[in-house]
Every structure is written in structure tokens, then in C-alpha cells.
Design a protein around this ligand. Structure first.
Ligand code: FAD
Length: 414
């Protein structure tokens, strides 16, 4: 069987896989390498993959960037797409089962009806210290829940911090590392109330990367799911010298656990809300945890909303419920938040689910992060792992996928 030392397959055509190939071709131009990207689905994009709604491209799961996301902003400019990037005000609100209130900044917190004046002041002071004080050593030993219990009045922890953690981590909310929460507040806080989006969605970034890679003779194989780990690195009869997995390692082979994500995109006859973002912090088991108003960020879309949440990968909603059952559950709850909502207002729906959407970042997370190669070096030479589980303490996201890919390339792992 013919095989060259430079035959490399990148498994996964999401942001990380595409960026590894892109930076390799751009920065390591003096090395010749035969690169193939093998992707299980029919196109590139991964979790940031897109669909068409009302003739406009939009992500299957809501996406925006922060002003602190310098790696992806630089990439967008490099690809000549900088003129498509625009910034809108972060208009975020919270619904706690009774009240709906804005929470994009300190002024909003001061207006929140669920906290008394002392609690509001305490929350603002503690958050400012949390975000801007550089020493995070003491935080390493604390979960976000414990941090909240220690530094915030109980009501603030229960009403604000716990629901936010639940929205992202479901029943794992008590396990999440406080350094993760800190970095989450930091990105949003330092983004100065602005969220970035692109004309025509982030799809042009992925399309441009694909186009550039094809020009550089990178091959693409779609609709091919590569097993972990193929014997002798042979995929479809071709033997590769190096395999770079940008996909999450399945939980049976890795100590890192993940949640899946589900999004139901709804197109309505009438507007639901003016806000961009509504976090559902209701303690009473809401079926979805966020409503994102895509028409706020893309004015060409009319009354288009995501109803979305993170769920255990083997839960009924991810694996067994029909689309009709999910819609019925979601619409009943939607009426609780917006009593004027009526099912007959729904023109069209689009349902998307993805496993391995969010790693669960507990206190011992750092120790579980797989290195690019060492752990597998002896048993699996030249099988490398570069995936979102290696992003910490920041929340995984497109910006950090770009950063991780660049770091991997510049440190000569490829
Ligand atoms: C609900 C939700 C909201 C989000 N919001 C934002 C946001 O606002 N801003 C932001 O920056 N980020 C956001 N993200 C995160 C962002 O989408 C991801 O961090 C980023 O897209 C990850 O890229 P990746 O290439 O590392 O992984 P993935 O996108 O998961 O790519 C991995 C690819 O590998 C493929 N694959 C998997 N298994 C195999 C196999 N066995 N063989 C071949 N191919 C395989 C998959 O199909 C996929 O295309 C969000 C994610 C979700 C789920």
C-alpha cells in the first residue's frame, strides 16, 4: 500500500479542523504535506453549521462573538470578510418564572426586581472583583456554586448564579469550576455591551476557509464517520501517516463528559420579544433554557427565534421524543412566559440536535484534558487530539477553536 510520510488526515470539518489546515498552509508553507479533511456530515461548520431560514443563512445553534474574541476577528479580517462583521448592543434579559428583567450590565442589575438593594450592591461589587482581580489561585479549589455561596447573599446565588449554571450544565450545575464562570463573566463584561455577528451569518467564514483550502489542494471527504481509532490508521483503504482528531473523544474512551444541545428554530407571524436574549432561570424545570431572537441580530429575518438548551445526551428529549412532542412541550412553556403566544402563530419550525456540544468543566477538569499527543503516543503513534475539550478555563467557542488550531500548528505538531 502506497503511503507517504506527509499523508495527514484531519478528522472533523468544524472550526478547529478547518483552521488547522488553514494555518498549516498559511504559516508552515515550507513543509509539503498532503492534507485530507474527513467529515462525518455533508458539509463543514460542525457545531457552528448553518441552515437556510426565510432565504437567509443562519446557524443551527445561535452564535455571536465578543469584542474580546480577537483570534476569530483577526481571521475574519484575514479572509477579507471584515466588512461583513458588525456589532449590536447586548440586549439580554432573564425570566425567573415570574419576572422578566434586563441583565446586560450593572445598571440592569440595580433595576432587577428580585433582589433587594443590599443584594444588588453586593452582587455588583463581588462581580467586579471576580472579573477584574487577576489572582485566581483561590478560585481553583472552588466550584462556581461554592464561590456563590461563599461570596454572595444566598438569594443572589440561588436567583442568579445557580440558574445560569443550570442553563448550561443541567444537573451538573454544582460541579462547575469557578474559574470557568469567571472567564465567562470576563468575556461578556469586557465586550463592553456589544455582540458581534456577520452579514449572512458566520457561514461565509467556513465557506471561505473551505474555498481557500481547496485552492491549496486540501482534499475533503464528506459523509464519512471515522472510528476511534482505525487499525493501522487505514480509512477507506487508504493508510495515513498521521491522524488529527478535532472531534470530541467518545465518553467511553475519555474521562471527559459532555452534554448535547438542542435548538428549535421557530418562525412566527408576530414578534415574541424585543430582547436579543432571554435566559430562562425558572426553578420549575423549564423545558428549554434560552430564547434567542435572531431577528434582533439579523434584520432580514422576520420573527425568527431559537428555543434552546443543553441536555444529557441520552435524555428523552435528545433521543426519544418526536419533534411534535418537543414542540408541544416547548409551546406550552412559551405561553407561560408570553401569555399572548398562540400555537397558530407558528409558521414553520426547524429542529436540530447535536451530541458532544458542551464539555462538563468540573473542578478536576484540567487534569482530564487530553494532551495533543502524549497519552496516546505509545499505543497510537501519530494519532493526535486537538479538540474543544482542551479549551479551559474559557468557554469553548469559535474564537478559541481558531486560537487552539493556530497554537497547534505553530508548535509543529502537524
Ligand atoms: C448551542 C450552542 C451555542 C453556541 N454559541 C456559540 C457562540 O455564540 N459563539 C461561539 O463562538 N461559539 C458558540 N458555540 C460553540 C462553537 O460552535 C464551538 O465551540 C465550535 O464550533 C467548535 O468547533 P470544533 O471544530 O472544535 O468542533 P465541532 O464544531 O464539534 O466540529 C467537529 C466536527 O467533527 C465531525 N465529526 C464528529 N465525529 C466524527 C467522526 N467520527 N468522523 C468524522 N467527523 C466527525 C462533526 O460532524 C463536526 O463537524 C456554541 C455551541 C452550541 C452547541
Amino acid at each position: 500500500m502506497k503511503m507517504y510520510m506527509d499523508d495527514t488526515a484531519i478528522i472533523g470539518g468544524g472550526a478547529t479542523g478547518l483552521c488547522i489546515a488553514y494555518y498549516f498552509k498559511k504559516l508552515i508553507y515550507y513543509k509539503k504535506k498532503d492534507l485530507t479533511i474527513i467529515e462525518a456530515s455533508p458539509d463543514v461548520g460542525g457545531l457552528a453549521g448553518y441552515t437556510t431560514v426565510q432565504g437567509e443563512l443562519m446557524e443551527k445553534f445561535y452564535h455571536h462573538i465578543f469584542q474580546t474574541d480577537t483570534n476569530i476577528i483577526e481571521l475574519i479580517n484575514e479572509l477579507g470578510l471584515g466588512n461583513k462583521l458588525y456589532w449590536v448592543d447586548d440586549y439580554a434579559s432573564m425570566y425567573d418564572g415570574t419576572y422578566k428583567f434586563k441583565y446586560a450590565g450593572p445598571i440592569d442589575i440595580l433595576k432587577a426586581p428580585i433582589l433587594n438593594p443590599y443584594e444588588k450592591l453586593r452582587l455588583i461589587t463581588v462581580l467586579a472583583f471576580f472579573i477584574y482581580y487577576p489572582g485566581t489561585k483561590y478560585l481553583k479549589k472552588l466550584t462556581a456554586y461554592e464561590w456563590g455561596e461563599r461570596f454572595l447573599p444566598r438569594n443572589v446565588n440561588e436567583q442568579i448564579i445557580v440558574p445560569l449554571l443550570k442553563a448550561k450544565f443541567s444537573t451538573y450545575y454544582k460541579d462547575i469550576a469557578s474559574v470557568w464562570l469567571r472567564s465567562r463573566f470576563e468575556s461578556r463584561g469586557k465586550s463592553k455591551g456589544k455582540l458581534g455577528y456577520m452579514e449572512g451569518s458566520f457561514a461565509p467564514v467556513f465557506e471561505k476557509l473551505k474555498e481557500k483550502l481547496i485552492e491549496e489542494d486540501v482534499k475533503f471527504i464528506f459523509n464519512k464517520s471515522v472510528p476511534f481509532f482505525p487499525k493501522n490508521k487505514i480509512i477507506d483503504g487508504k493508510k495515513y501517516y498521521k491522524l488529527i482528531y478535532t472531534t470530541p473523544v467518545p465518553t467511553k474512551l475519555s474521562p471527559i463528559e459532555y452534554l448535547g444541545a438542542l435548538s428549535l428554530i421557530i418562525e412566527l407571524k408576530v414578534p415574541l420579544m424585543a430582547d436579543y436574549w432571554l435566559s430562562i432561570t425558572d426553578k420549575d424545570n423549564p423545558p428549554f433554557l434560552v430564547i434567542v431572537n435572531q431577528s434582533y441580530i439579523n434584520k432580514k429575518l422576520k420573527n425568527v427565534y431559537y428555543l434552546s438548551g443543553y441536555y444529557k445526551m441520552n435524555s428523552d428529549i435528545m433521543k426519544r421524543m418526536s419533534q411534535g412532542e418537543i414542540e408541544s412541550l416547548f409551546f406550552t412553556y412559551l405561553k407561560k412566559i408570553f401569555p399572548k403566544f398562540d400555537k397558530s402563530d407558528v409558521i414553520k419550525t426547524h429542529l436540530f440536535k447535536k451530541d458532544y456540544a458542551q464539555p462538563i468543566v468540573g473542578l478536576d477538569y484540567e487534569a482530564k484534558i487530553p494532551p495533543f499527543m502524549d497519552r496516546y503516543r505509545n499505543s497510537r503513534p501519530n494519532v493526535l487530539i486537538v479538540n474543544m475539550s482542551q479549551i479551559f478555563p474559557q468557554d469553548r467557542g469559535m474564537n478559541y477553536a481558531v486560537k487552539l488550531a493556530k497554537y497547534f500548528v505553530l508548535n509543529n505538531y502537524i
